[in-house]
Design a protein around this ligand. Structure first.
Ligand SMILES: *[C@@H]1O[C@H](CO)[C@@H](O)[C@H](O)[C@H]1NC(C)=O
Ligand SMILES: *[C@@H]1O[C@H](CO)[C@@H](O)[C@H](O)[C@H]1NC(C)=O
Ligand SMILES: *[C@@H]1O[C@H](CO)[C@@H](O)[C@H](O)[C@H]1NC(C)=O
Ligand SMILES: *[C@@H]1O[C@H](CO)[C@@H](O)[C@H](O)[C@H]1NC(C)=O
Ligand SMILES: *[C@@H]1O[C@H](CO)[C@@H](O)[C@H](O)[C@H]1NC(C)=O
Ligand SMILES: CC(=O)N[C@H]1CO[C@H](CO)[C@@H](O)[C@@H]1O
Length: 417
């Protein structure tokens, strides 16, 4: 049995309001809702397609194909984890600030709808694994309580893992807080987290069934909040080149235009799994081909079935699988069509999400000697080996997304201009 006292544990600011100053005045928020705006990641080293792809393989426990392994080894040898790429304009990365403990300690984390653990860099870790990240220090929080006997471990596809112990502590996210949230303090993180010097942890927002705390799995921050949220949902509004926003408990009418089209979610795997019915490339005709996928803010790219990937890139001049980079690349100057997904759950024809071609022109790739190649890595790659498609940030930046835990269902709408 869980030891949480859901209601007793909840501290809700009486007049919580969105943190951002550019919020329209009409957007008045009451008890049981919260809003959090991203902040820029100052240490972002620029887009790296092969590394972004490798990160998704690691996360889903899928072994690297040989080409990808070779390119990652080559990149590690060459740039030694240090800056080499010059970030392109419009190529910025953002993180969410969260507060843990009393007095509050601020950490900058990735929100991840593809996992269910809230884990952070901590003072339990050896110094050598910390590389500029902020750490959670339970000794400096008067409300931290170690959860006796509880441990966690997350294993990745390359054989590495992160693991640690668990504290119950106050967690505040955008003016809403929960007093006894399970905060998973790392004792050890895998090297790619150490290398990512400004990301202090991961904030899981998939279903709690995937939580990795043992012996007793813990609830996500969102599941802890649900009894006291005005509506049992959160919305994700990621943007390209500007800060995105995460809202709990309400749908901001100013954040989208038109209507929200809902599609059912199968939560049995613990993921926000849904299905698309077909797709359209540019202004072509509808191809009816259903695709089962996961809405995952913690994955940068979009991974789809090989046939769809091949079909799509047959419309991009010079696109080809590029063994030197472990994925599809094309000339950066090529015309890249939009890709529109048609979704289940609504008989109206308006139930679509369009990913702009520009988002599929993900980032420059380099020759093996480090010089510019003039080619770009595709934001769309094959999901071979995954068994399911991954609708990552390339997709989610294209839409206003509602993660509704009640049905459960996902809603998509056009972003407000
Ligand atoms: C990597 O770079 C750091 C400093 O930039 C240096 O101290 C270290 O020795 C290098 N490691 C390798 C394996 O080249
Ligand atoms: C907290 O303080 C105690 C006593 O100084 C120390 O043994 C322990 O390692 C500290 N824990 C952390 C997480 O820093
Ligand atoms: C992290 O950086 C180090 C050097 O700083 C490098 O040797 C290592 O391979 C990198 N690891 C990952 C997973 O990026
Ligand atoms: C609370 O939810 C109801 C629908 O369940 C909605 O009508 C109302 O506007 C919501 N209030 C706020 C403050 O979002
Ligand atoms: C939900 O997913 C599970 C596991 O993949 C599958 O067995 C089940 O049939 C699915 N349910 C529906 C209604 O699609
Ligand atoms: C009312 C309230 O608690 N406002 C706070 C909301 O959060 C921001 C930063 O996250 C604070 O600056 C506000 O004071």
């Amino acid at each position: 049995m869980r030891v949480f006292a859901f209601f007793a544990g909840l501290l809700v600011s009486a007049f919580a309001h969105p943190a951002s100053l550019d919020t329209p005045a009409a957007n008045t928020v009451t008890l049981g809702t919260a809003s959090l705006t991203q902040v820029p990641n100052p240490n972002y080293r620029g887009r790296n397609g092969p590394r972004a792809l490798a990160k998704i393989y690691r996360k889903y426990g899928v072994p690297f194909p040989k080409d990808l392994q070779l390119v990652i080894t080559r990149l590690d040898d060459r740039d030694n984890g240090s800056a080499i790429l010059t970030p392109q304009s419009n190529d910025l990365e953002y993180l969410f600030p969260i507060l843990i403990g009393t007095p509050p300690q601020e950490l900058h984390i990735d929100i991840d709808t593809g996992s269910s653990d809230l884990w952070v860099f901590s003072t339990e870790m050896p110094k050598g694994q910390i590389n500029g990240q902020s750490t959670y220090d339970p000794n400096k929080s008067t409300t931290a309580e170690k959860m006796s006997g509880a441990t966690w471990r997350i294993s990745y596809g390359d054989g590495s893992s992160s693991s640690g112990v668990v504290y119950n502590d106050v967690v505040e996210v955008g003016n809403i807080s929960f007093a006894t949230q399970a905060v998973e303090a790392a004792k050890k993180v895998s090297p790619e987290f150490t290398n990512d010097s400004s990301n202090d942890g991961v904030f899981g927002l998939a279903f709690s069934g995937l939580n990795q705390v043992r012996p007793e799995p813990q609830l996500t921050f969102f599941d802890n909040l649900v009894p006291n949220l005005n509506e049992s949902l959160f919305t994700v509004d990621l943007k390209s080149g500007e800060p995105g926003r995460l809202n709990f408990g309400y749908i901001d009418p100013n954040a989208y235009s038109g209507s929200i089209a809902y599609t059912p979610v199968n939560e049995s795997t613990g993921f926000w799994a849904f299905e698309t019915l077909g797709y359209t490339i540019g202004d072509g005709s509808l191809r009816e081909q259903s695709t089962a996928g996961i809405a995952d803010t913690g994955a940068t790219l979009m991974l789809l079935p090989q046939e769809l990937v091949d079909d799509y890139y047959s419309h991009v001049g010079g696109a080809r699988y590029d063994s030197d980079n472990g994925g599809v690349t094309f000339r950066c100057g090529a015309t890249v069509p939009d890709l529109t997904f048609h979704l289940a759950g609504d008989d109206s024809t308006g139930n679509t999400v369009t990913v702009p071609g520009d988002y599929i022109r993900y980032g420059k790739v380099y020759n093996t000697d480090g010089t510019e190649s003039g080619r770009c890595f595709g934001g769309l790659q094959s999901s071979n080996g995954f068994g399911i498609s991954i609708f990552g940030d390339v997709f989610l930046k294209s839409t206003f997304a509602v993660f509704d835990a009640k049905e459960p269902r996902l809603g998509f709408a056009e972003k407000a201009l």
